[in-house]
Design a protein around this ligand. Sequence first.
Ligand SMILES: NC(=O)c1ccc[n+]([C@@H]2O[C@H](COP(=O)([O-])OP(=O)(O)OC[C@H]3O[C@@H](n4cnc5c(N)ncnc54)[C@H](OP(=O)(O)O)[C@@H]3O)[C@@H](O)[C@H]2O)c1
Length: 173
Amino acid sequence: MTSNLTGTAALVTGASSGIGAATARRLAEHGASVALVARRKERLVDLADEIEKAGGSALVVEADITEQAQAEAAVQQAVERFGRLDTLVNNAGLMLLGPVVGADTDDWERMLAVNVNGLLYTTRIALPHLLQAAEEGPRRVADIVNISSIAGRVAWNGYGVYSLTKFGVNGFT
Ligand SMILES: NC(=O)c1ccc[n+]([C@@H]2O[C@H](COP(=O)([O-])OP(=O)(O)OC[C@H]3O[C@@H](n4cnc5c(N)ncnc54)[C@H](OP(=O)(O)O)[C@@H]3O)[C@@H](O)[C@H]2O)c1
């Protein structure tokens, strides 16, 4: 296994399942220390155990990224533990589909809160650390990976507000 991320640190939001968990696993396999961020702590603990048993390094951070203070504290915890931040994966997301007519606006608020606000909060606080990591090496580069969707490029019936958030993610990226 190549270890091209050895000496770097990454943070993955939504690491408790799906794409986020798979991404965190893969980053660790490539040598990165990984901060695992989500609300379901037990799932993060299990993943951290798995990563550490395989010889990697993981930090569990229970946080709701729709709360700005928690999103910011998550990034700070990762930097305190690993001393740097080279990679931010903004993966946490929510897809609630349905027609706009008669929609439950709570669904809209929840999607906007996670898919847009959460991503903005983590990015803003992480950027100075990412820029510093890029200055200091070892790769001389840092990365932000924003997980969008095909629904961020193509608008489909029933995807209205989810699509809005993912078009927004693309625009911001
Ligand atoms: N699966 C697909 O086919 C697909 C296609 C295109 C794009 N995507 C995008 O890919 C990303 C991941 O999707 P997935 O399918 O892997 O979804 P998933 O399995 O439902 O995972 C979503 C993750 O987001 C976390 N999350 C949700 N709300 C959160 C909050 N307030 N604070 C912190 N974490 C939160 C969840 O953790 P907790 O519940 O533990 O907090 C979970 O770990 C999303 O952005 C999604 O829009 C997925």
